[in-house]
Design a protein around this ligand. Structure first.
Ligand code: IPE
Ligand code: IPE
Ligand code: MG
Length: 246
């Protein structure tokens, strides 16, 4: 099947689209560095790829797209860089919310947003509210997200429910444990993409990634356009997933 992505027609099997694709958008700083530009221009350029890839993911029928926007470890960066990232998120929501909503996309947040700057919390809540009834693609924004804290929080919630007599420990299993994670009710990622040549998870979706396929691209995130994204999908379509079977 040919899909017009605006540049090229790329062959992609529409009957084998991953349900959930998660992306570690990495390399904005190095992209800028390699051009002798300040890091914030890398983040700014990277934001354009976000818009582009959300659109192509939606076009090919992906059900859940997760974008790693800010990790619990990213607080180690300079205040100025953190402010830039937060402001870009606010701008993204303001500029794109209408189009996202018209495309029936539902925004979800993975992570703890309570410790974010108030204007960011406000904007994020507007986005959640505006798209809450949409039933098309879910766009997860992993924001102040860390997989380990997600698991620790899950354990705390389980203990809390146990104390209240809401859960029977003998009934707790690998599947219903997931209901305590931020990705509650969502399928596990079929494909995890990381750009910029780094080959690690960096505290991203470790529970959910148990059987994910991985795709690593050497391109920096601002160079990872929708064609690169569709190449990753095609690569996924040629994988043999066995899940421990034969
Ligand atoms: C990804 O690019 C964006 C975030 C982590 C928020 P980086 O800012 O990590 O870019 P590099 O890895 O320094 O090149
Ligand atoms: C992972 O990238 C976090 C995001 C893409 C938001 P980092 O650049 O923070 O990861 P490390 O530090 O290289 O592991
Ligand atoms: Mg990085």
């Amino acid at each position: 099947m040919n899909i017009d992505i605006g540049k090229d027609n790329i062959k992609i099997d529409l009957s084998n689209i991953p349900n959930h694709v998660a992306i570690i958008m990495d390399g904005n700083g190095r992209w800028a560095n390699s051009r002798n530009l300040p890091r914030h221009l890398g983040h700014q350029e990277g934001m354009k790829r976000v818009v582009e890839i959300v659109e192509s993911a939606n076009k090919i029928g992906i059900k859940v797209l997760t974008l790693f926007a800010f990790s619990t470890e990213n607080w180690k960066r300079s205040k100025i860089e953190i402010d830039t990232l937060m402001n870009l998120l606010v701008v993204f929501i303001r500029k794109e919310i209408r189009r996202l909503s018209e495309n029936n996309i539902k925004i979800c947040i993975l992570g703890n947003i309570n410790s974010l700057p108030v204007n960011v919390i406000k904007e994020v809540n507007i986005a959640l509210e505006k798209t809450k009834n949409n039933d098309g693609m879910i766009l997860n924004i992993a924001l102040n997200y860390g997989s380990r804290i997600e698991i620790v929080e899950a354990v705390k919630k389980i203990i809390y429910d146990y104390d209240k007599g809401l859960i029977d420990l003998s009934q707790l299993n690998e599947e219903n444990f997931k209901e305590y994670l931020y990705t509650k009710n969502q399928p596990d990622p079929d494909l995890i993409i990381r750009t910029s040549g780094e080959k690690r998870l960096s505290n991203f979706l470790t529970y959910q990634a148990a059987y994910s396929e991985f795709y690593f691209s050497d391109k920096y995130w601002p160079d990872f356009d929708s064609e690169s994204f569709l190449d990753a999908i095609i690569d996924f379509q040629n994988r043999d997933r066995r899940f421990g079977g034969v």
